[in-house]
Design a protein around this ligand. Structure first.
Ligand SMILES: *Cc1c(COP(=O)(O)O)cnc(C)c1O
Length: 488
């Protein structure tokens, strides 16, 4: 494709995306296909001859679009939001256009230095502590996902806990990792990958009311394990759990970690970006004083399309001890001088994309003010939705309701917990199948809850009103269907 052909088709593609985003409400939110439908509609073998880009776009419309779930739809409430924005899309396109490999400073200095500036800016926007900054002892780095970020935190923590032996001899003995029942599964995955083993992932009890980790129970568990000869590697506290956005008491957990000299990692993948708003900085209480590492995802609720997850460390030395290797073919003067950062030492792969461009474009386009507006809008919409749920006798609101997530349970008079769970699931399935909205569920204390994850920049109050109407209608309909089935 020549630059001139690229210019022509590039304009077509930008138009395609702009049309898509302006017509997105006309699509059913969840893909309406059965397993294998998309694959069967595509040729088994690759084409012998090339085709025009117009034909490629036509296939996108005809064959692929029906199998797309519209994550940017204003009535997408499943999982967590996965925001995009024009600014981020264009930043990402520029990154593709430049096509640089940013593994070392020397392989494209701007790729590294813009990233340093972008993560330091973001730390400032979120009110994160000074020592997380690259010009202090720590530093931030963009990863593909919070899962990778937590894996790196585990590696760094293990390196510190073993005095650096992981880089050479490998570990011996029992090393333990502390999470709660509500911690994201990526931590268990990290324990498996690092070689701690899933059996050494210790589940600390949670407060049954708030689902937050019990810091006293953590202390007791650490004491027992230490007495048994285990080496505690890391505690992961979560700010905004994936199930209900519960917030662990980072400060109390941090005090325990400090006392016992254990690395504290804070997983704030979804909720951390709320701290762009000074009035929401309470979410990070204790992070400044106690966190050794911290992750939040601009690719969830901060207008930056996937992938963009930022990991910060308070002290970069253990991470670099764990990750740096210097093969001959990567030797260069800038690296040897020690004057530059090589982000390959801050991540698992060698190669890296110029992801900082999209994050930088987002921060510049919106400004701190625009980012705060976005978060405030999502949080305010959720608070409003929660009041509708709380007022409705047919539904129960799960409390505490946190930030832009609302968890709710339809009431099913006279049904056992198991039957009620089936009825809730049936209600959700038929809502999702209708295409009118898309939501997912979780289970708390054996009971199925619906999760309404708000936070798309396109969601307005009218979309929530429509969704709420549909949920209530579907509840009445399911009740009637169940009564009829019982009668016959
Ligand atoms: C979404 C989420 C993750 C996983 O994020 P990825 O970036 O998809 O790996 C981890 N932890 C929490 C608390 C999350 O909400």
């Amino acid at each position: 494709m020549t630059p001139e052909e690229f210019r022509r088709h590039g304009k077509q593609v930008i138009d395609w995306i702009a049309d898509y985003l302006s017509n997105i409400e006309s699509f059913p939110v969840r893909a309406q296909v059965a397993p294998g439908d998309v694959r069967r509609a595509l040729p088994v073998s690759p084409p012998e001859c090339g085709s025009s880009f117009t034909e490629i776009l036509a296939d996108l419309d005809r064959t692929l679009l029906p199998g797309v779930t519209h994550w940017q739809h204003p009535r997408f409430f499943a999982y967590f939001p996965s925001n995009t924005s024009g600014a981020a899309i264009l930043g990402d396109l520029l990154s593709s256009g430049l096509g640089v490999q940013g593994m070392l400073w020397a392989t494209s200095p701007s790729c590294t230095e813009l990233e340093t500036v972008a993560v330091d800016w973001l730390a400032e926007l979120l009110g994160l502590p000074r020592h997380f900054r690259t010009d202090a002892t720590g530093g931030g780095v963009i990863q593909d996902s919070a899962s990778s970020a937590s894996l790196l935190a585990t590696l760094a923590a293990l390196s510190r806990a073993t005095g650096g032996v992981t880089a050479h001899a490998g570990i011996t003995g029992r090393h333990t990792l502390y999470v709660s029942s509500e911690t994201h599964s990526s931590l268990e995955k990290a324990a498996r990958i690092v070689g701690l083993g899933a059996d050494n992932v210790r589940k600390v009890p949670v407060d049954p009311a708030t689902l937050a980790m019990d810091a006293t129970a953590l202390d007791r568990m650490l004491a027992t394990d230490l007495a048994d000869g285990a080496i505690p590697v890391m505690v992961c506290a979560t700010v905004g759990t994936t199930s209900t956005a519960a917030i662990d008491p980072v400060r109390a957990i941090g005090e325990v970690c400090r006392e016992r000299e254990v690395w504290l990692h804070v997983d704030a993948a979804y909720a951390g970006v709320a701290a762009v708003c000074p009035e929401l900085r309470w979410v990070n209480d204790g992070v400044a004083e106690y966190a050794d590492s911290y992750v939040t995802n601009p690719h969830k609720w901060l207008l930056t399309n996937f992938d963009c997850s930022v990991l910060w460390v308070a002290d970069r030395a253990p991470l670099l001890d764990a990750m740096s290797i210097q093969p001959e073919y990567l030797r260069n003067r800038a690296t040897s001088s020690g004057a530059v950062i090589d982000y390959r030492d801050w991540q698992i792969p060698l190669g890296r994309r110029f992801r900082a461009l999209k994050l930088w474009a987002v921060m510049r386009w919106y400004g701190a003010d625009g980012l705060r507006d976005h978060i405030r809008t999502g949080a305010a919409l959720a608070t409003e939705f929660a009041t509708w749920v709380a007022r409705d006798p047919d539904f129960e609101l799960h409390e505490p309701q946190v930030l832009s997530l609302v968890c709710l349970r339809p009431r099913w008079p006279e049904l056992s917990t198991g039957e009620a769970n089936d009825a809730t699931t049936r209600l959700m399935e038929s809502l999702n199948a209708s295409g009118a909205l898309y939501l997912t569920h979780t289970k708390v204390d054996g009971r199925v809850l619906l999760r309404m994850a708000i936070g798309s920049p396109t969601t307005e109050e009218r979309h929530l009103r429509e969704a709420w109407l549909r949920i209530r209608e579907e509840h009445r309909k399911t009740l009637a269907d169940l009564a009829l089935e019982r009668a016959t």
